[in-house]
Design a protein around this ligand. Structure first.
Ligand SMILES: [Zn+2]
Length: 479
């Protein structure tokens, strides 16, 4: 056991067990069954649904049997990423968990502290005989990271509690009390190809910072997909551009840091286009100064081609203009919460597949009507350019509750323990609290969690001290 000397021992024991079971999003059967077995072995009431969500109920501890029940909630899936040379199959192998006493991480892969630590806290509580707590309803959802599919489908009608502590935040001392809703918008264009002759070229937009499209959108970083389209749109003043393909980005909710395009220009236009690309890059360097300083665009030629299949000039221009015309980035700031982005969007993925180009955007807003209007706007613009626009993965925002007993209680416990106030915050990112709040009338929610760095990446690490602090805090709140 790599973590056996860490405190709290019970929490890290279960955390290590969870890490030994593969549980990337979409691969949750084993972890879900493990949770069911954990509960059955302890004679706890447990249900597992078709989405593999697990609900475990436990009576209150001695003297707390008649207290108001509380929901503890987290998600069992993790973002499974590994370094290219890591010798591990994350669909079948457990993680190589390790520690230096200060942090816990996994060798060569993400750790899944997000959100394995929540599951470990819940199991440690349910397993202990001596921690005072009210009746518990533990809700562990699936496939949060790929679109909150578990939370969207879960049936909570059998729960008695009206108070929910979500343990899916990554900063100790920060209580999340409101989050944005979102949706994914797909624009598909069918573009005819024709045989084109000329000089085949390629641009590569790279070295942008990227980042999570919720947290980082307010930083004004460059979007590689849009920069690629803009670069070619600029080049159109020099020559015709027949696109062969354009692609970039890895997820709708990540600001793309890299994009590329292949295209054909007039055979004698190399110098003109090279100059044009240089000018676009100069403009971008100036615009992104202090926001995304390393932006780079490389331009390469691959020699003359004849009769190469490429999109017609008209359709190439139609696509490039659509990408550039779409709004992107911050659309509105909150007037109630200083510094909070209210509405934003991110053109996360651009891909070419035969004659079809798909544009994928992630839309967020803490105001439902603004989210709906932004989706309408994208639909209108897309359709005006001949795209087929569809929407999926809609999830509701989580509205700030001005009279939250749960928040008041937890703030006062925090003050008593640490002699200072926690940071109570709204975020411009999604949490399951929005979906869950829709399912229980009058649900009072809060989101907390221990310090974690670089979640969703191979540098993810969990602070041992912070995991212990949040454990103590959680126990004090339940008591
Ligand atoms: Zn999470």
């Amino acid at each position: 056991m790599a973590l056996e000397n860490l405190q709290p021992a019970s929490v890290f024991k279960f955390f290590e067990e969870i890490c030994s079971i593969p549980h990337g999003s979409g691969n949750v059967d084993m972890i879900s069954d493990y949770l069911v077995k954990f509960a059955s072995d302890r004679n706890l009431d447990v249900t597992q649904d078709a989405e593999k969500n697990v609900i475990i109920k436990a009576p209150g501890s001695k003297g707390y049997e008649d207290k108001e029940p509380v929901i503890l909630q987290g998600h069992m899936d993790m973002v499974a990423v590994k370094e290219p040379d890591a010798d591990i199959d994350m669909t079948r192998d457990g993680l190589k968990v390790t520690t230096d006493g200060e942090y816990v991480w996994a060798e060569g892969t993400s750790l899944g502290g997000d959100d394995g630590i929540a599951v470990a806290y819940c199991l440690a509580l349910l397993d202990s005989g001596d921690i005072p707590h009210p009746p518990l309803e533990v809700v562990i959802t699936t496939n949060e990271e790929t679109g909150m599919y578990g939370a969207a489908a879960i049936d909570l009608s059998g729960l008695k509690s009206r108070k929910l502590i979500n343990i899916d935040n990554e900063e100790e001392g920060v209580f999340i009390v409101s989050c944005a809703g979102g949706a994914r918008v797909y624009s598909e264009l069918e573009l005819p190809r024709e045989k084109v002759s000329g000089l085949k070229c390629r641009i590569l937009v790279r070295d942008l910072l990227g980042g999570h499209s919720g947290e980082m959108i307010k930083c004004g970083r460059g979007n590689a997909n849009i920069i690629a389209a803009r670069t070619l749109l600029d080049a159109l003043s020099q020559t015709g551009v027949n696109l062969i393909s354009i692609k970039g980005g890895v997820a709708d909710n990540a600001i793309p840091s890299m994009a590329s395009a292949e295209f054909i220009i007039g055979a004698d236009k190399e110098d003109d286009v090279k100059k044009s690309v240089g000018t676009t890059l100069e403009h971008l360097k100036a615009e992104l100064e202090g926001k995304d300083d390393n932006v780079d665009i490389s331009f390469e030629t691959e020699g003359e081609v004849s009769d190469e299949e490429a999109f017609t000039l008209y359709d190439s221009v139609r696509l490039l203009k659509l990408i550039c015309v779409y709004p992107d980035g911050v659309q509105a700031m909150s007037a109630q919460v200083e510094g909070l982005v209210e509405t934003s969007l991110n053109l996360g993925i651009l891909k070419t597949d035969g004659n079809k180009v798909t544009i994928e955007q992630s839309v967020r807003s803490s105001v439902e009507s603004s989210k709906a209007f932004l989706i309408d706007k994208l639909t209108c613009i897309g359709e005006a350019f001949g795209a087929k626009v569809s929407v999926s993965g809609r999830y509701p925002g989580w509205k700030y509750n001005s009279k939250s007993e749960l928040r008041e209680h937890m703030v006062s416990v925090y003050r008593k323990l640490y002699g200072k106030d926690p940071k109570v915050m709204a975020i411009h990112a999604g949490l399951e609290c929005g979906l869950l709040s829709e399912k229980i009338e009058g649900l009072d929610c809060i989101s907390i969690g221990p310090d974690m760095d670089d979640i969703h990446s191979t540098s993810e690490r969990l602070s041992v001290k912070s995991a212990a602090n949040v454990w103590d805090f959680l126990k004090a709140c339940l008591e």
